[in-house]
Design a protein. Structure first.
Length: 235
């Protein structure tokens, strides 16, 4: 156990260690609530239905990742796609002309949930190769069962260096995947887009990286933060 803790703290500054401890305390407190237990039962039901592996959490120190990037990342934890129909309706998504991107997609749970809608394409960006391998196996399982309505691609790279596609519309998904150092270039790229961009942001701990441009309009869908650029609002 001591070696595990040492690995998790390796390369982190004191401020980053304090932030990590605070983040872990908040995480474990949330996981003890009745809402979290209900959510986890729903997550397990998804894997039981499809034969996938999306629920199990993975700590960063168990993955083959760049340690300089790992200090800004979060542990893998699956997200719940049960609210997607409401999110997409509230954002007035035109599926046939829209690409969905999950930044920090992990094992691909949100990607696979989104791909059950007829998007032009669905993309997951993840820097841990082990998680990408699992995500690709999950994709193959659901494709074989005819469960996906959109083409799915997984990209293994640093999200801070990822160049989003220039599809007519973009819907981007974030489930608190990383810290400000990675979110800053991601936000800058998305802010520079002229086409409609909508963002669904769960646990928006780095929302300041979007607010600093003054270009995004904030709203709420099923108690989750959504952002839209001027082109998305005008659509």
């Amino acid at each position: 156990m001591l070696s595990s803790i040492t690995q998790r703290l390796k390369g982190r500054s004191m401020a980053q260690i304090v932030q990590l401890v605070g983040h872990n305390i908040a995480y474990h407190a949330r996981e003890m609530t009745p809402q979290a237990r209900r959510r986890n039962r729903q997550f397990r039901a998804f894997d039981a239905q499809w034969g996938t592996d999306t629920f199990g959490m993975r700590e960063l120190h168990t993955l083959s990742v760049d340690p300089d990037l790992a200090v800004h990342a979060r542990r893998y934890q699956a997200s719940n796609g049960g609210n997607m129909p409401t999110w997409f309706a509230d954002l007035n998504v035109d599926f046939g002309r829209t690409a969905f991107i999950d930044f920090g997609c992990g094992k691909g749970r949100a990607v696979l949930e989104a791909a059950r809608f007829p998007f032009a394409r669905v993309i997951g960006v993840e820097f841990a190769p082990e998680l990408v391998e699992i995500a690709e196996r999950n994709r193959a399982i659901m494709m074989a069962r005819g469960a996906l309505a959109a083409p799915v691609e997984f990209v293994c790279m640093d999200a801070g260096r990822y160049e989003p596609p220039t599809d007519p519309d973009l819907v981007c998904f974030f489930y608190d995947p990383f810290g400000d150092a990675v979110m800053a270039p991601v936000a800058d790229r998305l802010t520079a887009f002229d086409q409609p961009v909508s963002i669904i942001y769960l646990e928006p701990n780095c929302i300041g990286q979007f607010r600093r441009s003054g270009r995004w309009t904030e709203g709420v869908s099923v108690d989750n933060l959504v952002l839209r650029n001027p082109a998305a609002l005008a659509r």
